[in-house]
Design a binder for this molecule. Sequence first.
Ligand SMILES: [Zn+2]
Length: 348
Amino acid sequence: MSSYSENDAEALRRKRILSSKLYFDVSPSKVPLIYSESYDISFLGIEKLHPFDSSKWGRICRFLVSFGILDKESIVEPLEASKDDLLVVHTELYLNSLKGSSKVAMIVEVPPVALIPNCLVQQKVLFPFKKQVGGTVLAAKLAKERGWAINVGGGFHHCSAEKGGGFCVYADISLCIHFAFVQLNISRVMIIDLDAHQGNGHEMDFAYDSRVYILDMYNPGIYPLDYEARNYINQKVEVKSGTLTEEYLQKLDEALEVAGRRFNPELVIYNAGTDILQGDPLGRLEISPEGIALRDEKVFRFAREKNIPIVMLTSGGYMKSSARVIADSIINLSNKCLIETGGAPKSA
Ligand SMILES: [Zn+2]
Protein backbone atom coordinates (compact mmCIF):
# COMPACT_ATOMS: atom_id res chain seq x y z
CA MET A 1 0.00 0.00 0.00
CA SER A 2 2.67 2.50 1.00
CA SER A 3 4.90 1.67 -1.97
CA TYR A 4 1.87 2.13 -4.23
CA SER A 5 1.31 5.66 -2.95
CA GLU A 6 5.04 6.40 -3.16
CA ASN A 7 4.88 5.43 -6.83
CA ASP A 8 1.92 7.75 -7.23
CA ALA A 9 3.81 10.63 -5.67
CA GLU A 10 6.82 9.94 -7.89
CA ALA A 11 4.61 9.83 -11.00
CA LEU A 12 3.03 13.15 -10.05
CA ARG A 13 6.46 14.67 -9.51
CA ARG A 14 7.60 13.47 -12.95
CA LYS A 15 4.46 14.87 -14.53
CA ARG A 16 5.03 18.26 -12.92
CA ILE A 17 8.65 18.35 -14.05
CA LEU A 18 7.84 17.33 -17.61
CA SER A 19 5.12 19.97 -17.95
CA SER A 20 7.21 22.76 -16.40
CA LYS A 21 8.32 25.80 -18.42
CA LEU A 22 11.50 26.38 -16.40
CA TYR A 23 13.67 24.47 -18.88
CA PHE A 24 13.70 26.38 -22.17
CA ASP A 25 16.12 26.56 -25.06
CA VAL A 26 18.73 29.28 -24.75
CA SER A 27 20.37 30.81 -27.82
CA PRO A 28 24.06 29.89 -28.28
CA SER A 29 24.81 33.64 -28.39
CA LYS A 30 24.03 33.84 -24.68
CA VAL A 31 26.51 33.09 -21.90
CA PRO A 32 25.34 30.53 -19.27
CA LEU A 33 25.24 33.22 -16.63
CA ILE A 34 21.73 33.63 -15.26
CA TYR A 35 20.28 36.76 -13.72
CA SER A 36 17.16 38.90 -13.72
CA GLU A 37 16.70 42.44 -12.44
CA SER A 38 13.84 41.08 -10.40
CA TYR A 39 16.29 39.06 -8.23
CA ASP A 40 16.95 42.17 -6.17
CA ILE A 41 14.76 42.81 -3.16
CA SER A 42 14.08 46.44 -2.33
CA PHE A 43 10.92 48.23 -1.36
CA LEU A 44 9.72 50.78 1.15
CA GLY A 45 13.22 50.87 2.64
CA ILE A 46 12.69 47.43 4.17
CA GLU A 47 15.96 46.27 2.62
CA LYS A 48 17.79 48.72 4.89
CA LEU A 49 16.40 47.01 7.99
CA HIS A 50 17.93 43.74 6.96
CA PRO A 51 21.57 43.17 7.93
CA PHE A 52 22.16 41.89 4.39
CA ASP A 53 22.86 43.59 1.07
CA SER A 54 19.76 42.35 -0.70
CA SER A 55 20.75 43.92 -4.01
CA LYS A 56 24.12 42.16 -4.29
CA TRP A 57 22.94 40.11 -7.28
CA GLY A 58 22.48 43.17 -9.49
CA ARG A 59 25.74 44.68 -8.30
CA ILE A 60 27.65 41.50 -9.29
CA CYS A 61 26.33 41.78 -12.85
CA ARG A 62 27.04 45.51 -13.07
CA PHE A 63 30.67 44.84 -12.06
CA LEU A 64 31.00 42.08 -14.68
CA VAL A 65 29.56 44.27 -17.42
CA SER A 66 31.64 47.30 -16.45
CA PHE A 67 34.83 45.21 -16.44
CA GLY A 68 34.01 44.03 -19.96
CA ILE A 69 33.70 40.38 -18.93
CA LEU A 70 30.29 40.07 -20.55
CA ASP A 71 27.64 42.03 -22.45
CA LYS A 72 24.39 42.80 -20.74
CA GLU A 73 22.55 41.20 -23.69
CA SER A 74 24.32 37.87 -23.24
CA ILE A 75 22.91 37.30 -19.73
CA VAL A 76 20.18 34.64 -19.52
CA GLU A 77 16.89 35.69 -17.88
CA PRO A 78 15.10 32.81 -16.13
CA LEU A 79 11.39 32.26 -15.61
CA GLU A 80 9.70 32.42 -12.24
CA ALA A 81 9.06 29.05 -10.56
CA SER A 82 5.29 28.44 -10.57
CA LYS A 83 3.35 26.82 -7.77
CA ASP A 84 3.38 23.54 -9.70
CA ASP A 85 7.17 23.78 -10.04
CA LEU A 86 7.57 24.39 -6.31
CA LEU A 87 5.32 21.40 -5.55
CA VAL A 88 7.95 19.15 -7.15
CA VAL A 89 9.67 19.37 -3.75
CA HIS A 90 7.54 21.42 -1.37
CA THR A 91 4.36 20.37 0.36
CA GLU A 92 1.09 22.20 -0.20
CA LEU A 93 1.06 22.84 3.55
CA TYR A 94 4.40 24.63 3.47
CA LEU A 95 3.52 26.77 0.45
CA ASN A 96 0.21 27.72 2.06
CA SER A 97 2.00 28.81 5.22
CA LEU A 98 3.77 31.50 3.16
CA LYS A 99 0.37 33.15 2.72
CA GLY A 100 0.95 34.48 6.22
CA SER A 101 3.30 37.49 6.25
CA SER A 102 4.50 36.61 9.75
CA LYS A 103 5.81 33.25 8.51
CA VAL A 104 7.76 34.95 5.70
CA ALA A 105 9.05 37.57 8.16
CA MET A 106 10.44 34.79 10.33
CA ILE A 107 12.16 32.99 7.45
CA VAL A 108 13.77 36.11 5.94
CA GLU A 109 14.55 37.46 9.42
CA VAL A 110 13.00 40.88 8.85
CA PRO A 111 10.34 41.27 11.60
CA PRO A 112 8.53 44.31 10.02
CA VAL A 113 7.60 42.13 7.01
CA ALA A 114 5.01 40.58 9.35
CA LEU A 115 3.05 43.86 9.25
CA ILE A 116 2.88 44.09 5.45
CA PRO A 117 -0.17 42.83 3.53
CA ASN A 118 0.61 39.41 2.11
CA CYS A 119 -0.11 40.44 -1.49
CA LEU A 120 2.79 42.91 -1.24
CA VAL A 121 5.01 40.30 0.40
CA GLN A 122 4.22 37.91 -2.45
CA GLN A 123 5.13 40.53 -5.03
CA LYS A 124 8.16 42.18 -3.41
CA VAL A 125 9.79 39.33 -1.48
CA LEU A 126 8.58 35.96 -2.75
CA PHE A 127 8.56 36.83 -6.46
CA PRO A 128 12.31 37.68 -6.49
CA PHE A 129 13.03 34.37 -4.76
CA LYS A 130 10.88 32.43 -7.25
CA LYS A 131 12.84 34.01 -10.09
CA GLN A 132 16.08 32.91 -8.43
CA VAL A 133 14.70 29.37 -8.06
CA GLY A 134 13.89 29.39 -11.79
CA GLY A 135 17.51 30.41 -12.39
CA THR A 136 18.95 27.56 -10.31
CA VAL A 137 16.76 24.98 -12.05
CA LEU A 138 17.66 26.26 -15.54
CA ALA A 139 21.36 26.36 -14.61
CA ALA A 140 21.59 22.54 -14.59
CA LYS A 141 20.26 22.34 -18.17
CA LEU A 142 22.76 24.98 -19.33
CA ALA A 143 25.60 23.30 -17.45
CA LYS A 144 24.82 20.00 -19.19
CA GLU A 145 24.94 21.77 -22.57
CA ARG A 146 27.87 24.14 -22.01
CA GLY A 147 29.88 22.45 -19.24
CA TRP A 148 29.15 25.16 -16.68
CA ALA A 149 26.52 27.66 -15.57
CA ILE A 150 26.39 30.32 -12.90
CA ASN A 151 23.16 31.49 -11.31
CA VAL A 152 24.01 34.92 -9.91
CA GLY A 153 21.59 34.13 -7.08
CA GLY A 154 20.05 31.06 -5.45
CA GLY A 155 21.77 28.68 -3.06
CA PHE A 156 19.00 28.68 -0.45
CA HIS A 157 20.52 25.74 1.35
CA HIS A 158 18.66 26.08 4.67
CA CYS A 159 15.29 25.39 3.10
CA SER A 160 13.95 21.85 2.80
CA ALA A 161 10.65 20.50 1.46
CA GLU A 162 8.77 21.30 4.62
CA LYS A 163 10.72 24.04 6.34
CA GLY A 164 12.29 27.41 5.49
CA GLY A 165 14.79 29.38 7.56
CA GLY A 166 17.88 31.58 7.52
CA PHE A 167 16.73 33.80 4.61
CA CYS A 168 15.90 30.68 2.54
CA VAL A 169 12.24 30.42 1.49
CA TYR A 170 12.44 27.84 -1.31
CA ALA A 171 14.62 24.72 -1.68
CA ASP A 172 16.17 25.65 -5.03
CA ILE A 173 18.99 23.09 -4.78
CA SER A 174 16.60 20.17 -4.19
CA LEU A 175 14.37 21.39 -7.03
CA CYS A 176 17.30 21.74 -9.41
CA ILE A 177 18.43 18.18 -8.67
CA HIS A 178 14.97 16.63 -9.12
CA PHE A 179 14.59 18.40 -12.47
CA ALA A 180 18.03 17.11 -13.52
CA PHE A 181 17.11 13.52 -12.54
CA VAL A 182 14.08 13.58 -14.82
CA GLN A 183 14.92 16.02 -17.62
CA LEU A 184 18.65 15.38 -18.01
CA ASN A 185 18.57 11.69 -17.21
CA ILE A 186 21.20 12.15 -14.52
CA SER A 187 21.44 9.80 -11.56
CA ARG A 188 24.55 10.91 -9.65
CA VAL A 189 24.85 14.45 -8.29
CA MET A 190 27.51 15.90 -6.00
CA ILE A 191 26.69 18.92 -3.88
CA ILE A 192 29.80 20.84 -2.86
CA ASP A 193 28.55 23.26 -0.22
CA LEU A 194 31.22 25.78 0.76
CA ASP A 195 28.97 28.44 2.26
CA ALA A 196 30.07 29.12 5.86
CA HIS A 197 26.84 27.61 7.16
CA GLN A 198 25.80 23.97 7.15
CA GLY A 199 23.44 23.16 4.25
CA ASN A 200 20.77 21.51 6.36
CA GLY A 201 17.98 21.98 3.77
CA HIS A 202 19.36 19.77 0.99
CA GLU A 203 20.76 17.41 3.64
CA MET A 204 17.25 16.72 4.98
CA ASP A 205 15.79 16.45 1.47
CA PHE A 206 18.32 13.86 0.26
CA ALA A 207 18.84 12.13 3.59
CA TYR A 208 18.28 8.62 2.26
CA ASP A 209 18.95 9.22 -1.43
CA SER A 210 22.16 7.54 -2.59
CA ARG A 211 22.01 9.41 -5.91
CA VAL A 212 23.21 12.55 -4.11
CA TYR A 213 26.66 12.87 -2.50
CA ILE A 214 27.08 15.83 -0.16
CA LEU A 215 30.42 17.42 0.68
CA ASP A 216 29.77 20.17 3.21
CA MET A 217 32.53 22.37 4.61
CA TYR A 218 31.06 24.61 7.30
CA ASN A 219 31.61 26.36 10.60
CA PRO A 220 30.07 24.00 13.21
CA GLY A 221 29.71 26.76 15.83
CA ILE A 222 27.15 28.94 14.00
CA TYR A 223 23.57 28.69 12.65
CA PRO A 224 21.78 26.34 11.96
CA LEU A 225 23.36 23.85 14.44
CA ASP A 226 21.23 21.13 12.85
CA TYR A 227 22.61 17.94 14.36
CA GLU A 228 20.04 15.70 12.73
CA ALA A 229 20.91 16.95 9.23
CA ARG A 230 24.62 16.47 9.98
CA ASN A 231 23.99 12.73 9.96
CA TYR A 232 23.15 12.94 6.27
CA ILE A 233 26.36 14.65 5.11
CA ASN A 234 28.49 12.15 3.17
CA GLN A 235 31.67 14.11 3.73
CA LYS A 236 31.80 16.57 6.58
CA VAL A 237 34.63 19.09 6.88
CA GLU A 238 34.32 21.36 9.90
CA VAL A 239 36.13 24.70 9.89
CA LYS A 240 36.06 26.50 13.22
CA SER A 241 35.57 30.25 13.76
CA GLY A 242 38.75 32.17 12.98
CA THR A 243 40.10 29.70 10.39
CA LEU A 244 42.61 31.44 8.09
CA THR A 245 42.93 31.25 4.30
CA GLU A 246 45.88 28.88 4.08
CA GLU A 247 44.41 26.27 6.41
CA TYR A 248 41.02 26.56 4.69
CA LEU A 249 42.41 25.99 1.21
CA GLN A 250 44.50 23.07 2.38
CA LYS A 251 41.43 21.40 3.89
CA LEU A 252 39.55 22.02 0.64
CA ASP A 253 42.31 20.41 -1.43
CA GLU A 254 42.18 17.30 0.75
CA ALA A 255 38.38 17.24 0.69
CA LEU A 256 38.16 17.45 -3.09
CA GLU A 257 40.72 14.72 -3.44
CA VAL A 258 38.69 12.40 -1.19
CA ALA A 259 35.37 13.33 -2.86
CA GLY A 260 36.78 12.58 -6.30
CA ARG A 261 37.85 9.12 -5.16
CA ARG A 262 34.57 8.27 -3.43
CA PHE A 263 31.98 9.44 -5.95
CA ASN A 264 31.77 9.88 -9.69
CA PRO A 265 29.09 12.53 -10.32
CA GLU A 266 27.35 13.46 -13.56
CA LEU A 267 26.60 16.93 -12.21
CA VAL A 268 28.20 19.14 -9.55
CA ILE A 269 26.11 21.71 -7.68
CA TYR A 270 28.54 24.17 -6.15
CA ASN A 271 27.06 26.32 -3.38
CA ALA A 272 29.61 29.13 -3.33
CA GLY A 273 28.55 31.29 -0.37
CA THR A 274 30.96 34.15 0.30
CA ASP A 275 30.17 34.44 3.99
CA ILE A 276 33.54 32.77 4.67
CA LEU A 277 35.03 36.20 3.90
CA GLN A 278 37.12 37.83 6.62
CA GLY A 279 35.00 40.21 8.68
CA ASP A 280 31.68 38.54 7.84
CA PRO A 281 29.74 38.78 11.12
CA LEU A 282 27.70 35.63 10.38
CA GLY A 283 30.31 33.23 8.96
CA ARG A 284 33.08 34.07 11.46
CA LEU A 285 35.85 32.73 9.21
CA GLU A 286 38.88 34.71 8.02
CA ILE A 287 39.24 33.95 4.33
CA SER A 288 40.74 36.69 2.15
CA PRO A 289 39.11 37.84 -1.14
CA GLU A 290 41.99 36.21 -3.03
CA GLY A 291 41.37 33.03 -1.03
CA ILE A 292 37.75 33.00 -2.21
CA ALA A 293 38.82 33.33 -5.85
CA LEU A 294 41.26 30.44 -5.31
CA ARG A 295 38.54 28.36 -3.67
CA ASP A 296 36.19 28.84 -6.63
CA GLU A 297 39.03 28.09 -9.03
CA LYS A 298 39.79 24.79 -7.26
CA VAL A 299 36.15 23.64 -7.41
CA PHE A 300 35.81 24.58 -11.09
CA ARG A 301 39.08 22.81 -11.89
CA PHE A 302 37.85 19.72 -10.01
CA ALA A 303 34.71 19.52 -12.17
CA ARG A 304 35.95 20.77 -15.51
CA GLU A 305 39.07 18.58 -15.65
CA LYS A 306 36.78 15.56 -15.31
CA ASN A 307 34.25 17.00 -17.78
CA ILE A 308 31.52 17.10 -15.16
CA PRO A 309 28.94 19.86 -15.72
CA ILE A 310 29.06 22.37 -12.86
CA VAL A 311 26.39 24.74 -11.54
CA MET A 312 27.53 27.57 -9.28
CA LEU A 313 25.14 29.39 -6.93
CA THR A 314 26.13 32.52 -5.00
CA SER A 315 24.25 31.68 -1.75
CA GLY A 316 25.14 33.55 1.47
CA GLY A 317 27.47 36.49 2.03
CA TYR A 318 25.69 39.82 2.10
CA MET A 319 28.30 42.34 3.19
CA LYS A 320 28.70 45.41 0.97
CA SER A 321 32.01 43.96 -0.26
CA SER A 322 30.55 40.54 -1.23
CA ALA A 323 29.36 41.56 -4.72
CA ARG A 324 32.82 42.77 -5.72
CA VAL A 325 34.49 39.63 -4.32
CA ILE A 326 32.13 37.41 -6.34
CA ALA A 327 32.62 39.46 -9.52
CA ASP A 328 36.42 39.31 -9.10
CA SER A 329 36.24 35.55 -8.65
CA ILE A 330 34.15 35.13 -11.83
CA ILE A 331 36.70 37.29 -13.70
CA ASN A 332 39.46 35.04 -12.36
CA LEU A 333 37.60 31.92 -13.60
CA SER A 334 37.38 33.54 -17.02
CA ASN A 335 41.06 34.55 -17.02
CA LYS A 336 42.01 30.95 -16.11
CA CYS A 337 39.86 29.67 -19.02
CA LEU A 338 37.65 27.70 -16.61
CA ILE A 339 34.60 29.52 -18.02
CA GLU A 340 34.04 31.22 -21.37
CA THR A 341 32.15 34.51 -21.16
CA GLY A 342 32.75 35.94 -24.63
CA GLY A 343 34.14 39.25 -23.37
CA ALA A 344 37.74 40.24 -22.73
CA PRO A 345 38.65 42.19 -19.59
CA LYS A 346 39.07 45.90 -20.30
CA SER A 347 42.57 47.13 -19.72
CA ALA A 348 42.76 49.69 -16.95
ZN1 LIG B 1 25.77 31.12 4.88
